[in-house]
Ligand binder design. Structure first.
Ligand SMILES: [Zn+2]
Length: 479
């Protein structure tokens, strides 16, 4: 704690020294940003949007009728709130439906388990898959296993509990197992794949998430066990008990479409210059997609609306995009997610995309601003700090390189990214579970998000800041 206080007071001192360096125009822009920030704190748009979205449509799996209906409703919502050029960008998709499923230990110590099929898992044969279980405690151990050790068995990978971290950094290593594990097990002749849920909770709720096809082909039936069930299975194996499971799933794919919903607040003087505020419309099927990612849509639409309501339109265009199909799309160049569809359709307009930001990490408070390479220590970062510091957001030296799944495809086109990093400490307790519901959103923290986005986006939208020009000569666009 003392370290944190020290750095905060040092920053505060720095601010006092910096203030006189701002030009008059910058000062006016910053003053407006502060006023917009404060007005955004009292806006009820974000809570209204995410409440209506999650209540009216519930779960919104990519390509489902509920995602399509929610997109049409969201387009109307944008129009009703003054957005212009509102359009729906439709694209084909192979959808996935969970159907029915179950998991159980059979034979000695028979008991039922709480599990969920992973997205894009194929169905089991009618009557299920029943086989002995072979357990691995790391992805590398599974990779190193002989085919003979795995063939005909149910592979079970238990990496242990994911650590809850503010920045969510425990997630990546575990999703590698979810994405690639079924393919590795299938190549060795496994009958099915089971893993401990990727999550930081101890609730009896499995976390779903998509798995990856190998060479464009489905792998083997794949499931996530809830944390308590994963512990149960691992304890029985540690006791030396035989472990045999029966897994049943009627999951299936179908041909459908998804869509991006796009709405603009056209810039007053340079409308061809665009700032993208992204989030995704689709959700997993188990919850109602409140934190993932109804909240992101709520934050971005409310931030843009706060700017529109400020009485002066900024110079540049602010574009809100609710992307379709972030969660389940298989990574091929032709299909994939809404972010890829939007980027591929842009053409030369990509050069006029000033910057893009994505809100897809729940609704808890923003604590750090990350800017593109070269903007660290810039006058822009200092101005942004004046707006964001009073609501608890610190400028970070960390460069925003990835953006996120939705805006990521803009990176290779040269579009810079910003990131408003949110506290993700409890995000992976809820993420991709039946517990991702509206009640998990804290309205006060949601409002702080809106305020941070509104203040920052105003600074970018009503200034000539050029992040490409700040980019170090050695820094290539993010790939
Ligand atoms: Zn998400």
């Amino acid at each position: 704690m003392s370290l944190r206080l020290l750095s905060v007071s040092a920053l505060a001192l720095g601010l006092v020294a910096l203030a006189p360096q701002a030009s008059a125009q910058d000062a006016a822009t910053v003053e407006r940003a502060i006023a917009i920030r404060d007005a955004a704190l009292t806006s009820n748009i974000a809570l209204d949007y995410v409440t209506q979205l999650t209540t009216r449509f519930g779960a919104r799996p990519a390509g489902s009728k509920s995602e399509q209906d929610a997109a049409a409703w969201a387009a109307d919502y944008l129009r009703a709130h003054g957005f212009q050029n509102v359009r729906i960008e439709e694209f084909p998709l192979v959808g996935w439906e969970r159907g029915e499923g179950s998991a159980a230990i059979v034979g000695k110590n028979a008991q039922s388990l709480v599990a969920a099929a992973l997205g894009h898992s194929p169905a089991t044969p009618r009557g299920g898959v029943e086989a002995d279980v072979v357990r691995f405690s790391s992805f590398e151990d599974l990779q190193a296993a002989s085919d003979a050790a795995v063939r005909g068995k149910i592979v079970y990978v238990d990496l242990g509990q994911m650590h809850a971290m503010q920045d969510g950094s425990g997630y990546g290593p575990q999703t590698r197992v979810r994405g690639a594990g079924p393919g590795v097990a299938a190549a060795k002749g496994a009958a099915a794949f089971v893993m401990r849920s990727v999550g930081s909770d101890e609730d009896r709720m499995p976390h779903t998430g998509t798995t990856r096809y190998v060479d464009g082909k489905p792998t083997i039936p794949s499931f996530a066990l809830s944390a308590p069930d994963a512990d149960q299975v691992s304890r029985l194996i540690a006791l030396g008990e035989p472990m045999r499971m029966r897994l049943i799933s009627t999951a299936h794919t179908y041909v459908t479409h998804s869509q991006n919903v796009i709405g603009d607040l056209p810039g007053a003087t340079r409308p061809d210059e665009v700032i993208v505020l992204g989030s995704h419309m689709d959700s997993w099927d188990l919850g109602t997609g409140a934190i993932d990612d109804g909240a992101g849509g709520a934050i971005t639409v409310a931030a843009a609306k706060a700017i529109a309501d400020s009485g002066r339109r900024p110079a540049r265009t602010i574009r809100v995009i609710f992307y379709g199909s972030e969660e389940v799309a298989q990574p091929t160049p032709e299909t994939g997610n809404g972010g890829g569809v939007y980027a591929r359709a842009l053409g030369a307009a990509a050069e006029k995309h000033i910057i893009a930001g994505e809100s897809d990490f729940g609704a808890d408070r923003v604590y750090a601003l990350r800017l593109p390479a070269g903007a660290q220590g810039s006058d822009f970062q200092k101005a942004a700090t004046r707006v964001l510091y009073p609501i608890g957001v610190l400028a970070s030296d960390r460069v925003e390189t990835d953006g996120g799944v939705d805006i990521g495809p803009l990176g290779p086109l040269g579009v810079p990214f910003f990131g408003l990093a949110q506290d993700g400490t409890r995000y992976f307790d809820l993420h991709h579970t039946a517990n991702d519901t509206l009640d998990k959103i804290d309205p006060a923290q949601l409002s702080q998000n809106v305020a941070a986005w509104a203040g920052l986006v105003w600074l970018i939208a009503d200034s000539g800041v050029d992040f490409r020009a700040m980019r170090p000569a050695t820094a290539a666009p993010a790939h």
